[in-house]
Design a protein around this ligand. Structure first.
Ligand SMILES: [Zn+2]
Length: 347
């Protein structure tokens, strides 16, 4: 893998990740861009104790542009995009419309491929492996920034999830605080340790493997299952068998196997609702330990993949109980979801 760091016309950082070690990336961004002015502000809710990023500048962001104006496609003569070069493998750059910026963290965009018309599931194993390298490298770099407490790599896929650009891409958020979900997991992890003397994540994975009913896919180094109390109609948690706190600590064997396992999961997701259905909208979310949290070594890096579609043409909305009270109601039993995700295997 070759990494080339450059800056865009407004000073934002852009990084190329290439498979070929001899590639030269020296294209310059000629666009007359004003420096980015961001005004995001983190406000703490006094009742819930959580934080909200108020980001009014995002209202003007690019919204469903035509394909020939895609800002994530490579540049070509007469049409300049966010990526100065005329081709790329994987590229990461600072979001021009960040929810978090400056002292309040960082928001980056990851373009998975220069091909506008594929989805992550359509990448080759080599391409998916390069994306994993990019996620890992960004996690390592952002760990060095004092204002970043936690890194979240994720992909929103599908207009139903509110994706405003069709080009295959994901995002990386560097939060200036530990997120509420991660804090919650730490609390559960600590009380489990106090009660049993064991690691919560190890026990959860062991229970799923022993039970077997909700296991979707087992590799030599990765295990995927629908959790016992899944919140979403189709939800899969993917864990490396060797527990590590973040992407940086995955060993080579797990890294090598990851593309095969993850691509298979995504392809199964697209088959859940049968042929003729539009691609399944999903959220794919990497959970990593915060960098400076006490007990971080106990945390388990894992990926949570879920869809908000519950049946063909029907979405699960976060309505009264979910949005008003944080109580999820899931119409699809986790065992049935796992059974479906095994049925639609490619092999
Ligand atoms: Zn594009």
């Amino acid at each position: 893998m070759k990494k080339t760091v450059t800056t865009l016309a407004d000073g934002r950082e852009l990084i190329y990740y290439d498979s070929a070690d001899d590639i030269v990336r020296d294209a310059v961004d000629p666009r007359p861009l004003d420096a980015v002015s961001t005004s995001s502000e983190i406000r703490r809710d006094p009742l819930l104790g959580d934080s909200v990023a108020i980001a009014s500048h995002r209202q003007g962001r690019t919204y469903h542009p035509p394909a020939d104006e895609c800002p994530l496609c490579p540049s070509r003569e007469g049409r300049r995009s966010e990526i100065p070069d005329t081709d790329y493998d994987v590229v990461v750059f600072e979001n021009r419309f960040p929810s978090l910026a400056g002292d309040s963290g960082r928001c980056e965009v990851v373009c998975f491929t220069s091909d506008h018309d594929v989805s992550f599931a359509g990448l080759t194993e080599e391409q998916a492996g390069l994306v994993l390298e990019a996620w890992t490298d960004r996690t390592a770099d952002l760990a060095e920034l004092p204002q970043v407490a936690q890194v979240f790599c994720f992909e929103n896929r599908g207009a139903e999830i509110g994706v405003t650009l069709g080009h295959p891409h994901g995002q990386i958020y560097g939060y200036p605080f530990v997120t509420p979900r991660t804090e919650q997991m730490f609390r559960s992890m600590e009380s489990h340790r106090a009660e049993t003397g064991r690691n919560l994540f190890d026990d959860v994975v062991a229970r799923e493997l022993a039970d077997g009913e909700r296991v979707v896919l087992e590799g030599e180094h990765w295990v995927a299952f629908v959790p016992y109390a899944a919140h979403w109609p189709y939800e899969v948690h993917l864990h490396p068998r060797r527990r590590v706190p973040d992407l940086r600590e995955l060993d080579d064997a797990a890294r090598t196997e990851f593309p095969q396992i993850y691509l298979e999961l995504l392809r199964r997701f697209d088959r859940i609702f049968g042929p003729g259905e539009p691609p399944t909208p999903y959220i794919s979310a990497w959970h990593q330990a915060p960098f400076r949290a006490p007990g971080r070594e106990e945390f388990a890096l894992h990926l949570e993949l879920f869809t908000i579609r519950r049946t063909p043409g029907k979405l699960k909305f976060l309505a009264g109980s979910e949005s008003g009270m944080n109580v999820f109601i899931n119409d699809v039993p986790p065992e049935a979801a796992a059974q479906r995700l095994r049925e639609v295997a490619s092999e």
